[in-house]
Ligand binder design. Sequence first.
Ligand code: ARG
Length: 450
Amino acid sequence: MYRRGLLGKHEEWLIKYESSMEEDIEITTEVITALKVHLEELMEQKLISREQRDKIVKALDEILRNPNKIFKFKDYAEDIHEAIEIALEEEIGEEAKLIGLGKSRNDHVATAIRLHLKKEISEIIKELRKFRKTLLEKAEEHVYTIMPSFTHLQSAQPTTLAHYLLYIEEEMEGYEDLLIYINNKVVDESPLGAGAISGSIVTIDRNRMAEKLGMSKTIVNTIRATGSRSFIMIASSILTALQVTLSRIAEDLVIWSTNQFNYIQLPESHLSTSSIMPHKKNPVTMEILRAQAGEIIGENTAIMTIIKGLPSGYNLDLQEVTKHLWNITKIVKDSIKVIEDATSRMKVNYRRMRQDVENNPVIAAEIAELISVKCGIPYRKVHQMMAQALRESDNDIQEALNILKRDFGIHTNIPIRVQEYVKLKKNLGSPNPDHIKSIIEERRKNLTAI
Ligand code: ARG
C-alpha cells in the first residue's frame, strides 16, 4: 500500500524478499501498543476526534484478538506496520488512513523492539533468580561435600561442592544486575514521536507518549531515537557473555558425569543413549546448551557486523538485525531453564569426589603454607622442598611429610586430613563450611529482599 502511488505493482517474490513479516510476529502486540499511544496523542492534540480514536482502537483490538486478519497479508505487505494498516482499512474503511499522521515506521519499530526486549529481559531475569535460588539450596546440601578444584583441568586445591555452586550463583547475580541496569537504563527509553528521523511538524507531546507506553524516559534526539540500535548491541553482547558462561558450567557437568570422573549423574531426562552402544548415557542437553553458545556468538557477530558499516539514520539493514536478537533471547531463556533443571535434579556422588581428593595430593599447597607459617621458613623455600618430596614419594602426602622430616628436620605436627585444610580456609569467599553457611544465609536474604 505504501508504494502504490509511487512505485506501482510489485512482484510477490520480491516483496517476500524485502519483507520482515515472518519476524514481526514477535512484536505484533507491541506495534499495536505503540499505535494506540499514537492515536491517543493525536486525539489529545485534537487532530482526530474521540470517536475516531475509539473506532480505530476498537478495530486494532479486534485485529490483535484475531492476528490472522494481519497475517493473511503476509505475502503482500512489507512488514507488520503495513499489514496492520491494510487490515485496519479492511475493518473500518477510509478512517483507518487517519493513523498515518505524525508517525513513521522508523519510530514505531524502534519503540516496539524496545518494549518487547524489555519483556524478554524481564523473563530472563526471572529465570536467573530461580536458578540462583536452586543453586543456594543445592549449596546448602553440600557444605561438607569435599572435592578437588581444578586449574588446567588438573586437580588443584581442596574445596567443596557448595563453594563451586556459590561461584555460579555469584556469576549469575552479576549478570542479573547487568540485565536490570540494561533494562532500566538502556532499553527503557521511548523513541515514539521521532518520526522517520527529524521529527514532525505535527505537534505531539513525546514525553506524554513515553509515559503512556510505561517507559521511564524519552530519547531526546530524534536521529538517535530512530536510527540507533546501540541498545540491541549492548543487550545482545551481555546475553552472549551470559550464554558463554553457562556453556562453561555445562562443560563442567559434562566432564563430571563421565565414567572417569563419575562425580555426578545428570537427571535421566537430560540424557540420551546411542543407537549402537547400549551402555551409553550421553549428556545431550548440556551439549546443546554448549553448542548454542557458539550459535549465539554467531548471532551477536551478525548483529554487530550488520550495524558496523551503516550510515547514521534508519537503513533497511536494521530490519535484518532483530531476528538475531530474538533468537538470542530465546536461547538464553531456554538455557537457564535447562541448566537450572539439571543442577536441581543431578545426583552427587560425594564418595567419588572425596576419593579423588584423598588419592591426589591436592593439599600440597596448604601443607606448604602451614609449614611456612608455623616454622617461619619462606614459602618459596618450602614450595621447593615440598615439590622435591612429592617427586620422591610419587605424590604420596604422608610419605612426602616423612621425607621433609628426614631431610629438612621439619617436625611440626602437620595434619593430613583434607577436612582440616578446608576448615582452615576462612578468608572471605573460601570454602570453610561455617563461612559458606553464613554466605548462603546472606545471599538468600539478598535474593528474597528484591
Ligand atoms: N520493517 C522495518 C523494520 O523492521 C521497519 C520499516 C522501516 N522501513 C522503512 N522503509 N523505513 O525495521
